[in-house]
Write a protein that binds this ligand. Structure first.
Ligand SMILES: Cc1cc2nc3c(=O)[nH]c(=O)nc-3n(C[C@H](O)[C@H](O)[C@H](O)COP(=O)(O)OP(=O)(O)OC[C@H]3O[C@@H](n4cnc5c(N)ncnc54)[C@H](O)[C@@H]3O)c2cc1C
Length: 379
């Protein structure tokens, strides 16, 4: 019998791994020596960074959603059938349809999700841009905003750690160049002692806040929202009035992970170099669902997917694991509506945001289109 690889999750990580395996193991897959089965919860693939642009009316649904089958190599078998149970000892995944998928190697790439319902009043009182529906609702609220205080309240962990900063700068640019100039204020909250988890980014962002007159409060862990009084409460005892509240809701991993007993809150204990589940060398974990203390981002996921795919190809062709993940992350950062910078870092090198420019902003816009090549494993 040939080797069976099962991939759970058809988002960024699962799709890149699948396409890279099809490239690296084409001969083996054609011969039937290797089978790659992907279980996806949806027949659609969504480019989530696009949500932020949807909130500003700069991207539309059809630019950020494609059919999953259309971006997968034809050698990969796609089952639109969510996994409901992973049996690590029995090396089998059970899907919602009842069908079983035995594996020799498993790749778990089930991502993360927002759970706004975990904070009282958040669903009723806050906007967000972390899903498509929320982004569209926020677009309407920004269009109808007539002035007052906009609070951007961040909880951790969340995916794309720079997105709340980007949105803050973009709103400031948008409104300071409109009839709302002088009629609005921005207030940013963050749960730890600085305005961003990455210290160099926090130092850089505070300077930008002060230059732009953006207020901020640190050590602010969201406790509840009072939609009637339009007030945001922190666990530390602060109360902030708002006219428009944009929250980054708490995140968790997929329910499947907890249901299968693989990790609290859906985060799987993962070796930060080999990207295998701790204690299981035939189970790879990529993307947001790892518990690696590093940014949950599409770029992190992409570099992890490269590593996991290369390891799997090496294991199958030569019997030995391939390269180790060095913690590499590269993120563009919008610093307004028409300028941007970027950060790159790894386990040993801290980020160092550079001078914003229009050119970098255009690169980010270009990447928004090139993502579809990335997902196919071409870029
Ligand atoms: C507003 C926003 C802006 C962002 N901006 C950036 C950015 O600028 N740069 C950047 O690098 N990253 C950014 N990101 C983060 C990036 O989108 C994620 O980190 C990335 O998509 C994670 O990839 P993943 O494969 O781990 O998860 P996902 O891409 O979320 O894929 C997980 C997949 O698993 C599926 N799934 C879940 N449970 C099951 C199951 N039981 N069975 C089968 N399938 C299942 C889901 O349906 C989903 O398709 C942003 C995210 C958001 C929300």
């Amino acid at each position: 019998m040939g080797k069976r690889i099962v991939i759970i999750g058809g988002g960024t990580g699962g799709t890149i791994v699948a396409n890279l395996l099809a490239q690296g193991l084409r001969t083996e897959m054609r011969r039937g020596d290797v089978t790659v089965n992907m279980l996806s919860a949806s027949d659609k693939h969504v480019y989530q960074p696009g949500f932020m642009y949807v909130a500003f009316g700069r991207m539309q649904d059809d630019e950020i959603i494609r059919d999953q089958r259309s971006i997968l190599d034809s050698l990969v078998n796609l089952y639109v059938d969510p996994a409901v149970k992973i049996d690590i000892e029995g090396q089998t995944v059970t899907a919602k349809s009842g069908r079983s998928f035995p594996y020799d190697y498993l790749v778990i790439a089930t991502g993360s999700r927002i759970v706004p319902e975990e904070i009282p009043g958040l669903k009723e009182g806050a906007h967000w841009f972390y899903d498509l529906q929320g982004a569209k609702k926020l677009r309407k609220a920004l269009k109808e905003f007539e002035g007052g205080r906009i609070v951007i309240a961040v909880g951790v962990p969340h995916k794309c750690p720079v997105a709340p900063l980007e949105v803050t700068f973009m709103i400031d640019d948008l409104f300071s160049n409109s009839h709302l100039k002088g009629k609005y204020e921005l207030f940013y909250t963050y749960p730890i002692a600085r305005v961003h988890a990455l210290e160099p980014v926090a130092h850089w962002a505070v300077k930008a806040f002060e230059r732009r007159g953006i207020q901020y409060e640190t050590f602010f862990n969201i406790e509840k929202v009072d939609p009637e009084k339009k007030q945001l409460h922190s666990e530390e005892g602060s109360v902030i009035d708002y006219d428009l509240l944009i929250a980054i809701p708490p995140h968790k991993g997929a329910p499947l992970i907890e249901d299968s007993g693989l990790g609290a809150d859906g985060w799987i204990p993962t070796d930060k170099h080999t990207l295998t589940m701790k204690g299981k060398e035939n189970v790879f974990v990529v993307g947001d669902t790892t518990n690696i203390p590093i940014s949950k981002a599409g770029s992190t996921t992409h570099f992890e997917a490269d590593t996991a795919a290369e390891s799997l190809i090496c294991l199958i062709k030569e019997g030995c694991p391939g390269r180790r993940y060095d913690g590499k992350v590269f993120c563009f950062v919008e610093t307004g509506m028409d300028k941007g910078t970027y950060v790159w870092f790894n386990y040993n090198t801290p980020p160092n945001p550079g001078e914003p420019s229009q050119m970098i902003h255009w690169f980010k816009l270009a990447y928004n289109r090139l993502y579809w090549l990335s997902a196919r494993g071409i870029l």
